[in-house]
Design a protein around this ligand. Structure first.
Ligand code: PXL
Length: 281
């Protein structure tokens, strides 16, 4: 296997078990060189902490990109998550369009909302900008809230397969080749994802056991694992299976620790699963 270099663009939440502090170790554990472009630096994530600091790194991006261009650096995959500003979306779009190798896989996780609500620093103008970024994605990984915000569909907590299929097709109309909707659950005991390939018109889904609790940062873990699996040669379906199973494992190991922090999962204790499952890939 050729040694693959990936770029991931997301914030550094110094404390919080999300974005870059989960994507980097997960992609490294998948055996992939992982380069980072921090979108912002925060003292903590924004979901549940108050008084966090926020340094937007938008204005550093053009010079960083220009240096990489001068060095002839290209990436086999580019994966974007939580970004720092509306203006930054334009820079990130340009990076997605110009900094990849010929066979580059572009993954966009809109990372701006959950549980029916936008994260605190974003507004509807940002949602419009994110819709534009989605158009350049090979694989787009929204949760149901993000998909609804970008398509104007009603957010529901109880739904059927027709609702999810319609949502997937509506999101795909923004231009992404494949869309993976996370946090999908059709029965009380199962949770997983459903995907749509706009080129073949096929839908597929994978579910595992649903643990009652909901944890912060699991969307970032899911997206990083999906990309890690694909870069190790798994098909999208195989990678999604790994991502659902691994995300559940991170929740289970966290639940088994009575002293676990409230703000994220102890994904480090689940990493051996990635080695085991990718050992033969
Ligand atoms: O996990 C998504 C995420 C990433 N980064 C920051 C966040 C959140 C969700 O709230 O606040 C800073």
């Amino acid at each position: 296997m050729a040694y693959k270099k990936i770029l991931t663009i997301q914030d550094i939440s110094c404390v919080g078990q999300c974005s870059l502090t989960v994507a980097l170790p997960i992609l490294s554990a998948c055996g992939l060189e992982t380069c980072i472009l921090p979108s912002a630096v925060l003292s903590t994530h924004t979901a549940g902490f108050s008084g966090f600091t926020f340094r937007d790194l938008t204005d550093d991006m053009p010079a960083i990109q220009a240096h990489w261009q001068k060095e002839g650096i290209k990436f086999s995959a580019i994966y974007t998550g939580y970004l720092g500003s509306l203006k930054q979306i334009g820079y990130v779009k340009n990076i997605l369009e110009t900094m990849g190798t010929e066979d580059c896989i572009r993954v966009v996780a809109p990372a701006m909302a959950d549980n029916g609500q936008l994260y605190s620093i974003f507004d509807m103008e940002y949602v419009e900008g994110m819709k534009d970024l989605c158009g350049v994605a090979d694989i787009l990984v929204p949760n149901i809230t993000e998909a609804c915000l970008m398509t104007g569909r009603e957010y529901r907590t109880a739904y059927d397969e027709d609702y999810i299929r319609d949502l997937l097709q509506a999101v795909a109309a923004l231009g992404a080749k494949k869309v993976v909707l996370t946090g999908v659950s059709f029965t009380p005991d199962t949770l997983g994802c459903m995907a749509y390939d706009s080129e073949t018109g096929e839908f597929f889904s994978y579910f595992n056991h649903r643990d009652g609790a909901s944890y912060h940062g699991t969307g970032d873990i899911f997206a990083a694992t999906t990309l890690g699996g694909m870069m190790r040669g798994l098909s999208l379906y195989e990678a999604l299976t790994l991502a659902v199973d691994f995300t559940l494992e991170t929740i289970l190991v966290t639940r088994s620790d009575p002293d676990a922090a409230w703000y994220g999962v102890e994904f480090e204790r689940a990493l051996p699963m990635l080695y085991r499952r990718l050992g033969d890939a």
